[in-house]
Design a protein around this ligand. Structure first.
Ligand SMILES: Cc1cc2nc3c(=O)[nH]c(=O)nc-3n(C[C@H](O)[C@H](O)[C@H](O)COP(=O)(O)O)c2cc1C
Length: 190
């Protein structure tokens, strides 16, 4: 059975390349991963003033992430970091005492129009996610930096760059193997 993955797209752009990458992955890996994108666009600004009674949009986001076997972060890079919108959404996941991301398997991809392919944003994201209130179990040693993404996706939103496709194939296979190992360990330790 396919792994139920919620994809958190770190961009609010209606023409987001990262959303297109997720769309591509959703179709290409449907036999392995059941990927559903989760919107962060409407998630209200986090404040401790409202965290006890989260607004519907924030609660919906948290519930959607919770209802998954795994998470996929598709990262856009703004000014050498993740977008403010993604940071806000992650802040919601860290609060409420239910630790939505804790021990949830996950992996990260990212694309940008520069050559660096979100390497700085992903470094920040890994640091943020290492906080004890977040702490998903991230796939190690598989870093997906899709640089110059505008040259690798066609008008229909399909990735056309063969090297990128093959690399994604490898990373997804590695993630499935990793996910199964994590689940086996959890069963043994239960
Ligand atoms: C405010 C802003 C800041 C940006 N800063 C960076 C940056 O630091 N590094 C980078 O590679 N691209 C940067 N970009 C370009 C993004 O890579 C590009 O807009 C990309 O399409 C964003 O991902 P998305 O298409 O999924 O929204 C920036 C774009 C904006 C609008």
């Amino acid at each position: 059975m396919a792994i139920k993955v919620k994809a958190i797209i770190g961009s609010t752009s209606t023409t987001s390349y990262n959303a297109k990458v997720v769309d591509f992955m959703q179709k290409r890996y449907a036999d392995k991963l059941d990927i559903t994108p989760v919107s962060i666009n409407d998630v209200e600004n986090f404040s401790v003033d409202i965290e006890e009674n989260p607004p519907e949009n924030a609660q919906k986001f948290k519930d959607e992430v919770k209802d998954s076997d795994a998470v996929l972060f598709a990262v856009a890079e703004y000014n050498s970091s993740i977008t403010g919108t993604l940071k806000n959404a992650i802040d919601w996941l860290s609060r409420g005492g239910d630790f939505t991301l804790k021990n949830k398997p996950g992996f990260i991809v990212g694309s940008s129009i520069s050559m660096h392919g979100t390497v700085r944003a992903q470094l920040h994201l890994r640091e943020i996610l290492s906080n004890p209130a977040l702490s998903p179990i991230l796939l190690p040693n598989n870093e997906v930096y899709i640089g110059s993404v505008q040259d690798k996706i066609n008008e229909d939103g399909e990735i056309t760059d063969q090297g990128t496709i093959e690399f994604l194939d490898t990373v997804v296979n590695n993630f499935v193997e990793f996910y199964n190992k994590v689940n086996t360990l959890e069963t043994v330790n239960a």
